[in-house]
Design a protein around this ligand. Structure first.
Ligand code: BES
Ligand code: MN
Ligand code: ZN
Length: 491
């Protein structure tokens, strides 16, 4: 990961970035861009040159705009003007992302920030730099950017150490979730995923990890995880990771869908729909990474994270459409369509959390339905909760972190569609509203935590078709940023 250093003023000067912003508001008729005032220890001639450059380059100051100016034989050799927009955190995040791309050929970059800049600006800038410079190590090894170090000049570095740490942990964990999700399923089976978690906690004796093997899942009655994982040569697992600081007053359980490949099973997916199904564990990746991040930041909240892991394969031992399975705790499902497998593994984990862990709050993240994208497009998760306050808090954190979700309804009159003649529940009623019905099905497993449960269907935003601001093509690590923000508000 790119090394970020806070410095008082510019120390190295191969390439120097100066922030600009729109010159005025649309109302006052001002046009163009101005260099932000208060840049620490900057030579007057460089400042004068940058001020003259902005109009010459037709700069607008829009967030993420970059103008590169070459100064052969002089110091600095390259001057980059970067738009910070309104100067809020998201504008600075876009600026950081744009700089990571524009300066990817530099080995070192110095970014000037105004002396009294808000901590959130530095946080956004650093997150943008670290997220946009991500490359997946397996498939893009040859494309690694040259940029290895960035100095951020802020006047008083000590004032920003805290926000830089938060930004670095957030970005590191988002990048971990991207790595896990991008990994091909020829490598990534349930055991592999569990081993990655083991490796991540190896130097953290204060994190407790238990990985249940298939025989233990059978002994304890995790029928949903066993049914879905039963068709694969790589058996299922249940990861249970616990961050339990002494000063915790709130206990959150996070659950993430961990299907390491989703063929659809006997209800097999057509080729185009199956192509990207290695991403079907993005929910598990996000909750594990967020928990590791919370531990790295020593957030004073207890977090137990459950990742039910299985490969939904096609074989003679695969479960069938119409099978009746018994979940943890005894509720039964008629499985109707083996491609609705995510809810079956989540049902076990939710039921286990309610019965055994008894947390204050229960959150699950899952790449659950294609209907998420039909309803909300490619960037926005579908959020469900009966708890208005919890929904508002989580939505606010997601938004502040630069992710996107939209609250969806849980209509009472759809619940009847979940009725089955042969089991307690029908897993995938074909009544439209696929994301909504999946959420209603999950809610049946929340028991007395029904009012303290929140679910996000993140099928759509878990993947990016191309690079866009801080997102890089492929896995986005969606959910890590929003969860960490929200967890940091709990005490
Ligand atoms: N993993 C898929 C959902 C998905 C689709 C994630 C596209 C990411 C992108 C899930 O297991 C699934 O197959 N859902 C079905 C449910 C249906 C059978 C009720 C779907 O959405 O079609
Ligand atoms: Mn499926
Ligand atoms: Zn799936």
């Amino acid at each position: 990961m790119l090394a970020i250093r806070l410095v008082g003023g510019p120390e190295r000067s191969e390439a120097l970035a100066l922030p600009i912003r729109p010159a005025g508001t649309a109302e006052d008729g001002a046009q163009g861009a101005t260099v932000l005032p208060g840049l620490p220890a900057l030579a007057d001639d460089v400042l004068a040159e940058a001020a003259a450059l902005a109009p010459a380059a037709r700069a607008t100051g829009r967030a993420g705009e970059v103008h590169v100016h070459l100064r052969p034989g002089r110091v600095p050799a390259r001057l980059l003007l970067v738009g910070a927009g309104d100067g809020d955190e998201s504008g600075w995040r876009a600026a950081g992302a744009a700089l990571a791309r524009s300066a990817s050929g530099e080995t070192h970059l110095t970014i000037m920030m105004p002396v009294d800049v808000e901590p959130d600006a530095v946080r956004g800038l650093v997150e943008g730099l670290l997220l946009a410079s991500y490359r997946f190590r397996l498939t893009e090894a040859g494309e690694s950017p040259a940029l290895a170090g960035v100095d951020v000049a802020v006047g008083d570095p000590t004032a920003y150490a805290d926000v830089v740490e938060r930004a670095e942990v957030t970005a590191r964990m988002t990048r971990l979730a991207r790595d896990l999700t991008n990994t091909p399923s020829s490598v990534k089976n349930p055991q592999w995923f569990a081993e990655q978690v083991e490796a991540a906690v190896a130097d953290r004796p204060d994190l407790r990890l238990r990985v249940r093997q298939p025989d233990e899942l059978a002994a304890e009655g995790f029928g949903g995880i066993l049914a879905v994982g039963g068709g694969s040569a790589s058996g299922p697992r249940l990861v249970e990771l616990d961050w339990h600081p002494a000063d915790a007053r709130t206990h959150v359980v996070l659950v993430g869908k961990g299907i390491t490949f989703d063929t659809g099973g006997i209800s097999i997916k057509p080729v185009p729909a199956m192509k990207l199904m290695r991403k079907d564990m993005a929910g598990a990746a996000a909750v594990v990474a967020a928990t590791l991040g919370a531990a790295a930041l020593r957030l004073p909240v207890r977090i137990t994270t459950l990742a039910p892991l299985a490969e939904n394969a096609v074989s003679g031992s695969a479960f069938r459409p119409g099978d009746v399975i018994t979940h943890y705790g005894g509720v039964t499902s008629e499985t109707t369509n083996s491609d609705a497998e995510g809810r079956l593994v989540l049902a076990d984990a939710l039921a286990y959390a309610v019965a055994e862990l008894k947390p204050d709050l229960l959150i699950d993240l899952a790449t659950l339905t294609g209907a998420n994208m039909v309803a909300l497009g490619k960037r926005t998760g579908a959020l469900y909760s009966d708890n208005d306050e919890l929904a508002a808090d989580v939505l606010a954190a997601i938004d502040a972190a630069g992710e996107s979700a939209w609250r969806m309804p849980l209509p009472a009159d759809y619940v009847e569609y979940l009725g089955s003649d042969v089991a307690d529940l029908y897993s995938a009623p074909n009544q439209g509203g696929g994301s909504v019905l999946a959420a209603l099905y999950l809610r049946e497993f929340t028991g007395d935590l029904r009012q303290r449960w929140l679910h996000v269907d993140m099928s759509a935003p878990s993947w990016a078709d191309g690079d866009a601001a801080e997102l890089t093509r492929g896995a986005t690590g969606w959910g890590v940023r929003g969860l960490l923000r929200w967890l940091a508000t709990l005490g």
